[in-house]
Design a protein around this ligand. Structure first.
Ligand code: PEP
Ligand code: MN
Length: 361
């Protein structure tokens, strides 16, 4: 076959491709309209009987060279794609989604930007144990120019016999020290009934991993006028995590930040498995600030620094780490908290890496 003959035939094929393209899109538009009509009438979009009729009609009229099976297969693909199209149309654009809001959410508290240009460190003791204990950490924070102090007053512990936290007294300690050193305070609240009370004392309310799907707590958090730091559930998928955040926004509170804190896997070398890819994924899918908790994900002091670097490198808005004046006698998480000199070294190493630039405002 001569070269120009091949070219002519290719052109014809291109032409037919374009005609098919136009036709299948025309068909898709009709299917979409029909889908909307069916939805109004409350009837099911997928109608196997109708599909059978369409396939029969096609096969009856099939003159080849495609055999009947090939025709069935090709058209099944078109039918399938139309159903997916209707699903996409129906999917509500979530309030947390980048599709809803393209620009990053930045939450500013006492001059500290969560989700701003400069990634930050969220640190403090696992539990608030005493005024002196928290003050020692806060004093060092102030010296180092750190602005965010986190400590647990309500501790959701695996065993009921372990230290459960100081409760409201712990929040009062945080308030006093937060005021003294101009620090943004963060603490976990576990009961909807305590949320209002907590807003008197702390600047950011944390919802911990164990409560990520406590929907009543999420809804109540959506009704307070305080930023919420939501941690990923122990075995939560990214989708479940996103929906949990949506619960809070859907009740009116748009000041939500997310924290990847490791998920349960078969791996025993670390306390949890840090899902580092969750960070860029959540940044892509949502407009919310995203943090990485290196303490509860790794459960290992020797992994805190490399994992913090990884967190910053993949674009997290900050890293969470626990520091205690005397971790050996800490009432919770004694094994993985840093002491103050170790913490300072951790901060120095991060500064030296250039991934973290400090945060004096
Ligand atoms: C915490 O941050 O204090 C904590 C208990 O972590 P998580 O909820 O992620 O287990
Ligand atoms: Mn802890």
């Amino acid at each position: 076959m001569a070269h120009d003959q091949i070219e002519t035939m290719r052109k014809q094929i291109d032409e037919i491709n374009l005609q098919i393209l136009e036709l299948i899109n025309k068909r898709a538009t009709l299917v979409q309209e029909l889908g909307k009509e069916k939805e109004k009438q409350g009837s099911n979009r997928f109608d196997p009987e109708r599909e059978r009729q369409m396939l029969n009609l096609l096969v009856e009229n099939n003159k080849g060279p495609f055999n009947d099976n090939a025709i069935r297969h090709l058209f099944k693909q078109i039918f399938q794609a139309s159903l997916v199209l209707q699903d996409d149309d129906k999917k509500k654009v979530l309030l947390v989604s980048r599709k809803k809001k393209a620009e990053d959410t930045v939450i500013t508290v006492k001059g500290v930007e969560f989700g701003g240009k400069n990634p930050i460190l969220i640190s403090g003791p696992c539990s608030v144990e005493s005024y002196e204990q928290v003050r020692a950490v806060a004093e060092n924070h102030a010296k180092r120019g750190l602005r965010t102090l986190r400590g647990g007053a309500y501790k959701p512990r695996t065993s009921p016999y372990d230290f459960q936290g100081l409760g409201e007294e712990g929040l009062q300690i945080l308030k006093r020290i937060g005021d003294e050193f101009n620090l943004v305070t963060i603490s976990e609240i576990v009961t909807p009934a305590d949320l209002e009370m907590a807003t008197k004392y702390i600047d950011v309310i944390q919802i911990g991993a164990r409560n990520m799907q406590n929907f009543e707590l999420l809804k109540a958090a959506g009704r307070v006028n305080k930023p919420i730091l939501l941690k990923r559930g122990l075995s939560a998928t990214i989708e479940e995590f996103i929906y949990a955040a949506e619960y809070i926004l859907s009740e009116g509170n748009a000041q939500v930040m997310l924290c990847e804190r490791g998920i349960r896997t078969y791996e025993k070398a670390t306390r949890n498995t840090l899902d580092i890819s969750a960070v860029p994924l959540l940044k892509q899918e949502t407009h919310l600030p995203v943090f990485v908790d290196v303490t509860h994900s790794t459960g290992r002091r020797d992994l805190l620094l490399p994992c913090a670097k990884a967190g910053f490198a993949v674009g997290s808005d900050g890293v969470m780490v626990e520091v205690h004046p005397d971790p050996d006698v800490a009432l919770s998480d004694a094994k993985q908290q840093l002491n103050i000199p170790q913490f300072n070294e951790f901060v120095d190493e991060l500064l030296a890496s250039g991934l973290y630039k400090g945060e004096i405002v």
